[in-house]
Write a protein that binds this ligand. Structure first.
Ligand code: AMP
Length: 192
């Protein structure tokens, strides 16, 4: 299996690049943000709970997020692999994912981390708000909180994978295709 954690701050291009990776490697795309938004749209209990955190730019609690992710993974029989997009976002989530995958005799192949500086992120999120319809993209205070939460709680997750020799930084500035090509090269160097 090819199991990729696609990592990076909000606005780094994880969603866009996930599409490219799925097309090339036929992986299952699991975006915790997308799953939460589908639940919000469907007005489920999970959606109501998630919305109260997402609207403020806070993380949804680990216990809720981890069990949701695990049940999504369990929906697939014999997948070629997964792209985890927006998960794990805390060290506890990273540990839980490792344990869960090892119970299935699987593991994370690599973390590919899209590197984009903060000023560029703010510009991208501001522009994305015009088309995404996401309330959490539209409010500068919420955007700043998401960046702060990323720096405080999510950035340390990179060290978890660095410690396992699975971290690969990718320059996230350039055209969509340029960045995809960097990701493809990194993956092909790892699985070669
Ligand atoms: P995203 O679409 O990845 O930008 O996620 C949108 C929002 O969903 C985040 O700002 C969080 O509030 C929530 N969220 C997504 N993934 C996670 C996660 N792994 N852990 C906690 N909250 C999450």
């Amino acid at each position: 299996m090819l199991n990729i954690v696609l990592f990076g701050p909000p606005g780094a291009g994880k969603g866009t690049q996930s599409e490219k990776l799925i097309a090339r490697y036929q992986l299952v795309h699991l975006s915790t943000g997308d799953i939460f938004r589908a639940n919000i749209k469907g007005e489920t209990e999970l959606g109501k709970l998630a919305k109260s955190f997402i609207d403020k730019g806070e993380l949804v609690p680990d216990s809720v997020t981890i069990s949701m992710l695990e049940s999504e993974v369990n929906k697939f029989e014999n997948p070629k692999g997964f792209i985890f997009d927006g998960f794990p976002r805390t060290s506890a989530q990273a540990q839980a994912l490792d344990q869960f995958l090892s119970s299935k005799n699987a593991e994370i192949t690599c973390m590919l981390a899209l590197e984009v500086e903060e000023e560029e992120l703010r510009v991208r999120l501001y522009n994305r708000a015009k088309t995404s319809g996401r309330p959490d993209d539209a409010d500068p205070e919420v955007i700043q909180n998401r960046i702060d939460v990323y720096n405080r709680e999510t950035a340390p997750v990179a060290d978890f994978y660095r410690g396992q020799g699975k971290y690969k930084g990718i320059d996230g500035i350039g055209s969509i295709d340029e960045i995809s090509n960097r990701l493809f090269e990194a993956i092909e160097a790892i699985v070669a």
